[in-house]
Design a protein around this ligand. Structure first.
Ligand SMILES: Nc1ncnc2c1ncn2[C@@H]1O[C@H](COP(=O)(O)OP(=O)(O)OP(=O)(O)O)[C@@H](O)[C@H]1O
Ligand SMILES: [Mg+2]
Length: 269
């Protein structure tokens, strides 16, 4: 069974042929997770998982419900603290940082939450403006301009929707407002939790196209967790498959489609 396991490109035999000079040209590692472990009470969820995401890459994390996908994103945001292992953001171990330093690292990140997680009592405008008001001291004109720009990026019109409450939006519109809020402060890291789950196929398609555009235009480093295999294959440069607290497969979308690993095949098919 273990014979089918695939390892990060660095760990594969062919990688040794690459010269040190070629490796120096690789984009810098933005997110590095080392031997990360976490249990809730006595229930182990993550068991020494490791991966790296380089600048401009998008890592997709696939796995069944309850396997720990959202937990990984919460650990990267340091909303949770692991039992063991490290998370380095731009080389800084985030679990060694003070509260103020954590806030600074978090400013590099934008998170699109599983259920959009908009503030029900705030307008679309105020929802998107929230990270700016929280982290930065900007004049109202600057905020308005940034909010308009973020909404335009996700194909929403501030004039039309800015004053509405989340309850007055469709599911796809909410998702897009959630994405606008995640990108408004121009983060270098974008974290997506189930960006397409619960949407109809046409809207899901639109979100996938939007994510690809954001990854290209904003040059961000992304982590996308989902059980929507198709969406993850389309937005990721690398894919990790989680099962029983471990990464049982790691490779490119082409490699995952070609793998003979039975569990992965069942999941992908
Ligand atoms: N705060 C918590 N306290 C206790 N258990 C938790 C907590 N958060 C998550 N869990 C448990 O940890 C496991 C992983 O949860 P997680 O939300 O990361 O799964 P997931 O892969 O995102 O699932 P889904 O695809 O359904 O969103 C689950 O068994 C869940 O019940
Ligand atoms: Mg989840």
């Amino acid at each position: 069974m273990d014979d089918d396991r695939q390892f990060p490109p660095e760990a594969q035999p062919g990688a040794a042929i690459r010269t040190a000079a070629a490796r120096d040209l690789d984009p810098p590692v933005v997110i590095e997770v080392r031997d990360l472990s976490l249990a809730f009470d006595a229930n182990p969820v993550l068991n020494e998982i490791s991966f790296r995401v380089r600048e401009g890459e998008a890592l997709g994390i696939l796995g069944a419900s309850g396997v720990g996908k959202s937990t990984i994103l919460k650990l990267i945001l340091r909303l949770l603290v692991p039992d063991g292992g490290q998370i380095l953001i731009d080389g800084e171990d985030i679990n060694q940082l003070s509260f103020e330093e954590v806030l600074k690292v978090r400013q590099k990140m934008g998170m699109v939450f599983q259920a959009s997680a908009l503030f029900d009592s705030l307008s679309v405008y105020e929802n998107v403006a929230f990270p700016l008001r929280e982290h930065m001291r900007l004049r109202e004109e600057e905020i308005t301009q940034a909010v308009r720009q973020a909404l335009t990026m996700v194909d929403l019109s501030m004039g039309e929707l800015g004053a509405r409450l989340p309850a007055e939006l469709s599911g796809g519109q909410k998702k897009r407002v959630g994405i606008a809020r995640a990108i408004v402060h121009e983060p270098k890291i974008l974290l997506f939790d189930e960006p397409t789950t619960g949407l109809d196929p046409v809207t899901a398609r639109m979100i996938v196209e939007l994510m690809n555009r954001l990854e290209d235009e904003l040059d961000v480093t992304a982590v996308v967790v989902s059980h929507d295999v198709r969406a993850v294959l389309e937005v990721s440069t690398e894919i990790a498959m989680l099962k029983d607290g471990q990464i049982i497969f790691y490779g490119t979308p082409e490699e995952i489609l070609a793998t003979t690993n039975r569990y992965v095949r069942e999941f992908v098919d």
